[in-house]
Design a protein around this ligand. Structure first.
Ligand SMILES: C[S@@+](CC[C@H](N)C(=O)[O-])C[C@H]1O[C@@H](n2cnc3c(N)ncnc32)[C@H](O)[C@@H]1O
Length: 236
């Protein structure tokens, strides 16, 4: 059911899947037992209609804070959290089955330096302090392959303006995709909104980052013979 909009709440269509296969009992248990403790604070409109910013220092003290947009099953987020215990990572993902998968992985890995918002990253952008994020990941975003749907992609003004605002000067934005037209759109659009491309040799486009772990969607792309691309930008 679609929740009625709060007064003044901006209208935001969400085009993805919120719920897929039914959850296993263990996944329901993770959601019941673990999700609340991993909350980054009041993000949704109904609990924070004044859009008060999150207190990131209360969450992570003075650690750098990273953001993963659409973490899917969460393998990359948990890998980064385990690899960089001195960083705090916030992940946003509205697909509840993905959130449940992440929670299982967090239990297995025993990492504690992450927080989970089970919703749309645009809600998160509203409540992030300007210049508070040191690194952001956009990994295999929804491809929207039809030309007339390219305006729904993440690499558009609607998302890139608030993303840029939330990031510190010098912060890093990583994008991975297997869709050639998404590569083109990313390389064209991201630099228009306060980022410059780094790690920009032609070979870099197909060379994963040193601390990369392949995600579920990348595995699917590889099985279907599509070439992954990796793009890196710096907030200027
Ligand atoms: C193609 S999947 C990739 C998942 C994962 N990053 C991977 O590489 O396996 C794209 C994900 O982005 C999520 N997504 C789409 N729009 C989003 C939004 N506005 N905010 C947060 N996540 C979003 C979808 O729910 C989906 O899980």
């Amino acid at each position: 059911m679609v929740r009625p909009k709060e007064e003044n709440e901006p209208w935001r269509n969400f085009y993805g899947r919120l719920k897929g296969k039914s959850l296993r009992d263990s996944q329901k248990r993770y959601l019941d037992q673990d999700l609340a403790a991993l909350s980054p604070g009041a993000v949704d409109w109904d609990v924070n209609p004044d859009r008060n910013p999150l207190d990131l220092s209360a969450l992570f003290e003075d650690r750098d804070v990273w953001l993963e947009v659409g973490f899917g099953g969460g393998e990359h987020m948990v890998h980064q959290a385990a690899s960089y215990p001195d960083v705090g990572i916030i992940g946003c993902e509205p697909y509840i089955n993905g959130v449940a998968m992440l929670l299982g992985k967090i239990r297995d890995a025993g990492v504690s330096n992450l927080r989970v918002f089970p919703g749309d990253v645009r809600q998160m952008f509203d409540v992030l302090q300007p210049a508070s994020i040191s690194r952001a990941f956009l990994l295999y975003p929804d491809p929207w392959p039809k030309q007339r749907h390219h305006r729904r992609r993440f690499v558009t003004e609607e998302h890139l303006v608030p993303l840029a605002k939330s990031m510190k000067p010098g912060a890093i934005f990583r994008v991975a995709t297997d869709i050639p037209s998404y590569v083109k759109q990313t390389l064209r659009e991201v630099p228009k909104f306060g980022f410059k491309r780094i790690r920009d040799a032609e070979a870099d486009l197909t060379t994963p980052w040193d601390d990369w772990i392949s995600t579920r969607y990348e595995q699917k792309a590889l099985r279907e013979d599509r070439q992954p691309h990796y793009m890196t930008f710096e907030r200027v």
